[in-house]
Design a protein around this ligand. Structure first.
Ligand SMILES: [Zn+2]
Ligand SMILES: [Zn+2]
Length: 291
């Protein structure tokens, strides 16, 4: 059932705590598997298919026990980095400055998400080590495991090299971009990081425009501020929370803005597609929590 945890494991299982699946770091990506505590389905005897009678007509159909392995398979296609295999809402450290406000922002994004509909995206911005990526991954994990939503996590500079490789191999723009345009939820980590050459900005513009037209959901993190301090009221940003609702600050975000980095065209599209959420607090990457 959408929105309801599957809870197909043993509630007392030390590995999955009843979730029915476990996620571990693989070589590159986080890898999920169905937990050993999940009992063999008695409806289909573990075959995955069974006869169901609908309006007096018997036909073979997929058994509902397939939902869990299907979602596990979806998770394994999401490209979650291995280092974020254990990044969940539960493993986020709420004790650091500003962390509970950040947690609340991310929970709100998840709770407002309606599968199968047009959903507003979000851009988490703030200094390094405040758990932006951790909470972005936590949202993606829930979207897959609660709703069976197809999601894709890409790190900005990897995304650019992936696109460049596609073009260098003579693969057309449409083919190269298709998987990135079509996925219902695309999460871009470290947006604006790197050199941002003219070619890179052009291709990002094409990608974001396509997603805008497809009404697909785009989520992102960035270490760059959303606007110049004096320009906060000049641009129409939708922002979660507020500086008076959290301790800490969005960070020492001097220097260029996200708009300076990705170009005003891309930034202006992002403003239409996404809410901007400042991440508060002190850096706590050193503590290895909330990476
Ligand atoms: Zn288990
Ligand atoms: Zn079954």
């Amino acid at each position: 059932m959408p929105g309801k945890p599957l809870m197909l494991g043993e509630p007392g299982c030390p590995l999955c705590h009843g979730q029915g699946y476990v996620v571990e770091p693989g070589k590159l990506h986080a890898v999920a598997r169905v937990c050993d505590c999940v009992p063999r389905c008695t409806l289909c005897d573990g075959l995955g298919n069974r006869e169901v009678v609908i309006k007096g007509v018997a036909r073979m159909g997929r058994c509902r026990c397939r939902v869990l392995p299907d979602r596990v398979a979806l998770f394994n296609k999401a490209g979650i980095p291995a280092r974020h295999a254990r990044s969940t809402f539960d493993s986020y450290d709420p004790s650091a400055a500003g962390a509970s406000a950040n947690y609340h922002i991310a929970r709100t994004v998840l709770e407002q998400y309606v599968p199968g509909q047009e959903n507003r995206g979000v851009v988490f911005f703030g200094g390094v080590g405040r758990g932006k990526t951790h909470l972005l991954v936590a949202i993606l994990r829930e979207l897959v495991m609660l709703y069976g939503e197809e999601v894709l996590f890409v790190e900005f500079s990897n995304l650019l090299s992936q696109l460049k490789a596609g073009f260098d191999q003579g693969v057309g723009e449409a083919t190269t971009l298709r998987p990135l345009v079509q996925v219902p939820v695309l999460a871009i980590d470290e947006l604006g990081k790197g050199r941002c050459t003219e070619w890179e900005l052009t291709i990002i513009d094409v990608l974001i425009s396509h997603r805008y037209n497809a009404m697909a959901t785009t989520m992102a993190t960035t270490n760059f501020k959303a606007a110049h301090a004096t320009g906060q009221t000049e641009i129409n940003l939708t922002v979660y929370g507020g500086s008076n609702s959290a301790s800490g600050t969005p960070g020492k975000l001097s220097g260029p803005t996200l708009g300076d980095r990705v170009g005003e065209r891309v930034f202006s599209r992002l403003k239409e597609m996404c809410s901007f959420a400042p991440f508060f607090g002190d850096d706590y990457r050193d503590g290895r929590r909330g990476l």
